[in-house]
Design a protein around this ligand. Structure first.
Ligand code: ZN
Ligand code: ZN
Length: 363
């Protein structure tokens, strides 16, 4: 025989009732999560960046949608409020309604998963809708950004050279990644990025963060970093300094080919923040060039159009005869000068230097 819930009239199995009511009617009369549970709960959010302020007035920054952040906040609040360990719940369907410039409401559903003592392995979903107030204000970071505040200027340049587009992009991406570590720091922001052909400049909210950016580029890019500070003015009787972090990216990279006047050509084997170390291909000497040395005009990068292809056309006892594939000029090269053995028709890249062909690497 069927059983009907006396409150809603639904036909149900008597074994699935509590005090004679269907599970939904029972929990409507005896809510598991009462509305009053949220009576002290509010969400305080920055209207510009969506940062959330906690009870101790600290701001927390997230890069996920605000609704998801709110749901997480509410879930951790609920966990702290619900005494019973047997209640499982899921918060979903969150939406923000803005009521004024400073206030709004956040509504959401809670799916409470319960089971009956007599039916422990069967789960029931009790779904309720709740609302909590939202207050909009402006966080410390946005306040500073809006007022144009910054403590340091970080300037990237390349010794005597333009910064190419690829490097510009790489610097910007690296800065963006670095700033992620400072999201919770109210001064951890970049106020403005200025991109020029010869430099890239960032106004950074915090001097400490600016110095950390310098250290990062010194360590990972072998950049030459100079930090200076100058007096900017006085604020409430205190001197205010502005920091300048100059980051000079190395001009040359490992593997670059350089011409050292008419003396030698060399390949860069190591880059440090102080300069470079090169292997001479003509003299087989090792060179150490400081940053100052690299300013000299006698050191220059060998462009790709100075590199030619040479084909082995014949082999003699101690020499190879090779031919330039662009000029068809024939050269002799002594076997002792190349560490590898070649065969007829091999093609290698080389540079003609002081009327001598210097091979770069096989193929
Ligand atoms: Zn019912
Ligand atoms: Zn903000």
């Amino acid at each position: 025989m069927g059983y009907f819930c006396p409150l809603c009239g639904k036909s149900i199995n008597y074994a699935e009732t509590i005090e004679g009511l269907c599970i939904h009617c029972y929990y409507e009369k005896h809510p598991i999560i009462e509305d009053t549970i949220f009576k002290d709960f509010t969400l305080s959010v920055c209207k510009f960046c969506g940062a959330i302020q906690d009870k101790k007035h600290r701001w927390h920054y997230y890069d996920t949608p605000l609704e998801d952040v709110f749901i997480k906040e509410i879930a951790s609040y609920l966990k702290s409020k619900i005494k019973s360990k047997n209640i499982d719940f899921k918060i979903y369907d969150g939406s923000i309604k803005v009521l004024s410039a400073t206030s709004g409401v956040f509504s959401f559903k809670i799916d409470i998963i319960v089971s009956l003592p007599q039916h422990m392995n069967k789960r029931y979903h009790i779904i309720n809708t709740f609302e909590v107030p939202v207050y909009f204000s402006i966080c410390d970071k946005c306040k500073k950004i809006k007022s144009g505040y910054f403590e340091a200027i970080v300037r990237f340049k390349k010794a005597n050279d333009f910064i190419d587009k690829k490097t510009h992009e790489e610097i910007k991406q690296t800065l963006k990644n670095l700033m992620l570590a400072y999201t919770d720091n109210p001064k951890g922001f970049i106020l403005k990025l200025t991109e020029k052909k010869k430099f890239l400049e960032a106004k950074v909210g915090s001097g400490t963060v600016a110095k950390a950016i310098g250290s990062y580029f010194r360590k990972h890019y072998n950049a030459h970093v100079i930090v200076t500070s100058k007096l900017k003015g006085m604020v409430s009787g205190k001197n205010v300094y502005q920091l300048a972090v100059s980051i000079e990216l190395p001009k040359y990279h490992k593997g670059d080919l350089l011409k050292v006047g008419n003396e030698d050509i060399c390949v860069v084997s190591k880059v440090t923040s102080k300069g470079i170390i090169c292997d001479g291909l003509f003299s087989h000497k090792k060179y150490v060039f400081t940053r100052q040395d690299l300013e000299q005009s006698k050191i220059s990068k060998i462009s790709s159009d100075e590199i030619d292809e040479y084909q082995v056309i014949s082999e003699k006892q101690n020499t190879y005869q090779i031919m330039s594939l662009s000029t068809y000029q024939i050269y002799e090269i002594s076997k002792s000068e190349i560490p590898i053995s070649l065969r007829k028709d091999d093609v290698l890249k080389g540079i003609l230097f002081r009327n001598k062909v210097i091979f770069l690497a096989k193929k």
